[in-house]
Design a protein around this ligand. Structure first.
Ligand code: MN
Length: 509
């Protein structure tokens, strides 16, 4: 079996090691993100939007581009676009139009994509993205515009799903006409060697915002969010922008980071050799993290844009925009800051929590009655260890925040101690039920009834008369040996503090 496409093999270039490349060149990013909106129906017709339906069953004459069909704008999609624009600190146009972007390709049955060109609905925004170590990089947003998705071509029989070498091709128009918002950044400068991280963090921050805004399921693996990553190099930050490449449809956070790294190394090699970078689109290859040439793309690509004559301008009233602004949910960054304050974690602790994907889990555990410190202790300690051991995400562990809350309450009530709590975790993770049930079923409750304790204490005292004598003589140091013996007899289930009290009482008496 061969996984490498012929294009990759033929064009594998020399690469400059990444660290070396960024020492000598300044990378500049530009990122275009398409997000599929989670509306019930399509952008310009009433065909349903649903994932996984049989091919070509979610269409209307409009999304098939049949003669005589007229589009109507989906009001919910406009509202979602405004929500996105506001969340990205954009201006919202008082009036804007759709335009036809003309091109001939089988996935676009109308032979044009209805998009926005010189009049986007949202423009001039910014987003602060936070890297894993807490560094904040501001990304300026040029525009966010509305458009429709194309259909999906499937090339069968070739390698890696490309048309090259395919025996035949299929087209599915279910996706044609699904509402999209495309968000375009200004050149992202000043990231330096951290450009790959900034690119990744930006796309991740957008994904989180889409989810909180409830405008999209924003599932990367389903292609709900797709990133086109532009990258160019220049000798110094003062030099004019270099020639950029655009790596298309990168659909995971990790791939965004890898695609940038690869292009930095590849373009540096070209520039080192005194050659020029070709302005083109490129494909990203998951298998080895490389990119390969797509089509040559000039800046003034002739899409013969013109205003869509079949649609009236979209003119959202200022009242409506303000109403949407007033009902925006708390955004991820603001929420992180608020929780940081409420929980009183140190900066580094909070970053670890965020990076471990434990924010929601801890919040829910606190809601279930645990203190923030206790919730963090469990999720970032014992549970993180187990997740790592099983190679799963924290959220995938077979235990809920509610159960951790209950576990901590058992500890707080003195019914179990921390050590026993780990055994309770074992039981819950093994599917034996909630903490309370596990404690009862496994007989783990701390022995708080003095009766059995006294028997164990008397036994220990009788076994070590020399220690008893020392303690009676006023030296309390060796009393620990007695306590240890009692804890051993009770298999750790005694309350050590109570044992100590009883031992001293017994010896004193
Ligand atoms: Mn687009």
């Amino acid at each position: 079996m061969t996984t490498q496409s012929t294009t990759t093999t033929a064009s594998t270039p020399r690469l400059v090691p990444y660290d070396d490349a960024v020492r000598r060149y300044d990378p500049v990013l530009g990122i275009e993100v398409h997000v599929e909106l989670g509306t019930r129906t399509k952008m310009f017709c009433a065909a349903e939007v649903s994932f996984g339906a049989d091919p070509n069953t979610q269409t209307t004459p409009v999304s098939l581009g049949l003669p005589g069909a007229l589009p109507v704008v989906n009001g919910t999609a406009v509202e979602y676009a405004i929500r996105i624009g506001l969340a990205l600190n954009c201006q919202i146009a008082e009036s804007c139009r759709f335009a036809r972007k003309n091109y001939f390709y089988p996935d676009v049955p109308k032979n044009f994509q209805t998009s926005q060109y010189d009049e986007p609905i949202a423009f001039d925004g910014w987003l602060d993205v936070e890297l894993e170590d807490g560094t904040v990089h501001r990304v300026e947003i040029e525009r966010a515009h509305m458009e429709e998705d194309a259909g999906k071509n499937t090339h069968v029989g070739g390698s890696a799903g490309r048309i090259h070498g395919a025996e035949y091709s299929l087209v599915d128009y279910n996706r044609a006409g699904i509402p999209l918002v495309e968000i375009v950044t200004r050149p992202i400068e000043g990231a330096g060697e951290r450009a790959p991280e900034v690119a990744r963090a930006y796309v991740q921050a957008l994904r989180d915002i889409f989810r909180v805004l409830d405008v999209s399921e924003a599932r990367m693996e389903r292609g709900n969010v797709r990133a086109d990553v532009n990258l160019s190099l220049r000798p110094t930050p003062e030099s004019p922008l270099g020639t950029r490449t655009e790596t298309k449809n990168v659909n995971s956070f990790r791939s965004v980071e890898r695609a940038v790294r690869y292009e930095v190394s590849r373009q540096a090699a070209i520039l080192d050799a005194g050659q020029t970078v070709i302005q083109e689109t490129r494909h990203f290859h998951e298998e080895d993290g490389s990119t390969s040439p797509g089509r040559v793309k000039s800046d003034a690509e002739d899409y013969r844009y013109f205003p869509e004559p079949d649609l009236v301008p979209v003119a959202p009233s200022r009242e409506w925009v303000e109403e949407i602004r007033a009902t925006l949910p708390e955004l991820p960054q603001a929420r992180r800051r608020r929780l940081h304050d409420e929980w009183g974690f140190a900066d580094a602790e909070m970053r670890d929590v965020v990076n471990a994907g434990a924010l929601d889990l801890i919040e829910s555990t606190v809601a279930a009655g645990a203190t923030a410190a206790a919730a963090r202790k469990w999720w970032m300690g014992e549970l993180a260890r187990r997740a790592k051991q099983d190679e799963v995400e924290l959220a995938e562990l077979a235990i809920t925040p509610g159960q951790i809350g209950e576990l901590q309450q058992l500890v707080d009530a003195g019914r179990i101690n921390d050590k026993i709590a780990r055994q309770v975790l074992d039981g819950v993770l093994a599917g034996e039920g909630d903490p309370e049930q596990v404690v009862v079923a496994r007989g783990l409750e701390i022995v708080s009834d003095d009766g059995p304790l006294l028997a164990a204490i008397d036994e220990a005292l009788a076994a070590q008369p020399d220690i008893v004598a020392k303690v009676r003589a006023g030296n309390q140091g060796p009393v620990g040996a007695i306590i240890g013996a009692v804890m051993k007899t009770t298999r750790g289930q005694a309350d050590a503090k109570r044992v100590r009290e009883l031992v001293l009482e017994r010896i004193g008496g």
